[in-house]
Design a protein around this ligand. Structure first.
Ligand SMILES: Nc1ncnc2[nH]cnc12
Ligand SMILES: [Zn+2]
Length: 333
């Protein structure tokens, strides 16, 4: 598919960490403004540091990078820059993760992050009709107790959230560690999403489904190691939010050619493509879609299926889904 056509097609992004949209330029600008020391002299040094051998390598820089975010205005600027990118790329709806514990652990209250992010979301909605959901995630490398405390801190803000997620270091931190806190999330009427089967085994995807009752699986690419799991994901059409550039940058796959996007689609799964942490992984949504389609030999109708899946798998109301799906199917290339 050509880039101009892709840009014009309605699509949703369902796996995007707002802290992972912090471009080096803004990172250095905020570091100078807020007098936060970073180990980089200039933008080239920041970019040169983005060579990751694993998820943990990346996370170490990601948590360091977010330390420049100090005020609600900083969160607003960060979010606004991403939303403008959505406008340019024809993303009509975005479901945005943020990491409350990545901020509270360094003395920045959840209210500061939520205030800045939601102001930008409201402005994009009023200026060009973009819709968004906000999804706080628990950091799985921290304790259950820390997640429970964070859940309490989020209580005054629940009306801003559609779902709660689980992210950070996967290996050694299986979903069962968070079964109790996600029971509270569901009792509050929120949806559940969880990173699983990115670096961790297929059993973590079972855990996310059966113990956390996840409505969607973030990544999930290792599901193909378990035929029974693939049957379950297919039968229930549980969406996978796959992030191809991320998987290559974090060495889950050697390159886009060896990614398993096409195999997941051929297995009948509900696959969506997403950018995860685009400032760190080298591209936003449309570049992920275009380069993955080329590398995996996806036809234009398969690309359209991925976009339709992104709308269907979103947490939009049915009427909004139908509106976007009708626009997608009526647009021809
Ligand atoms: N790809 C990823 N996996 C787990 N946690 C993350 N936090 C930000 N990006 C992440
Ligand atoms: Zn992610």
């Amino acid at each position: 598919m050509d880039p101009v056509t892709l840009k014009l097609l309605p699509k949703a992004e369902l796996h995007l960490h707002i802290e992972g949209t912090l471009e080096p330029e803004l990172m250095l600008q905020l570091a100078a403004k807020n007098q936060v020391a970073l180990p980089y002299a200039d933008i080239d040094e920041v970019k040169a540091a983005y060579q990751f051998g694993s998820l943990q390598d990346f996370l170490d820089l990601y948590y360091q990078g977010m330390s420049v975010l100090q005020t609600a205005g900083d969160f607003y600027d960060l979010t606004w820059a991403y939303l403008e990118r959505c406008r340019e790329e024809g993303v009509v709806h975005s479901e945005i993760f943020f990491d409350p514990q990545g901020h509270t652990s360094r003395g920045i209250g959840v209210d500061i992050a939520i205030d800045g992010i939601t102001r930008a979301l409201a402005q994009a909605h009023s200026e060009w009709g973009l819709t968004a959901c906000l999804i706080p995630c628990f950091l799985r490398h921290l304790s259950e107790e820390d997640a429970l405390e964070t859940w309490e801190e989020l209580q005054p803000h629940l009306s801003h959230f559609t779902a709660v997620g689980l992210d950070s270091s996967e290996l050694g931190h299986p979903p069962e560690k968070f079964e109790r806190v996600f029971a509270k999330v569901r009792e509050a009427g929120l949806k559940v999403v969880a990173h699983a089967g990115e670096e961790g085994p297929a059993s973590y995807i079972w855990g996310a489904l059966d113990l956390l009752k996840a409505d969607r699986i973030d990544h999930g690419v290792r599901c193909l190691e378990d035929a029974e799991l693939v049957e379950r994901l297919k039968a229930e059409q549980i969406p996978l939010t796959v992030c191809p550039f991320s998987n290559v940058k974090l060495c889950v796959f050697e390159n886009l050619q060896s990614s398993n996007v096409k195999s997941l689609m051929d297995a009948g799964l509900c696959v969506t493509l997403n950018s995860d942490d685009p400032a760190y992984f080298g591209g936003y949504l449309n570049q992920n879609v275009l380069e993955t389609a080329a590398a995996q030999g996806l036809s234009d109708s398969e690309v359209r299926l991925l976009l339709a899946n992104s709308i269907k798998a979103s947490f939009l109301p049915d009427s909004e889904k139908q509106r976007h799906l009708a626009a997608l199917s009526s647009s021809t290339d």
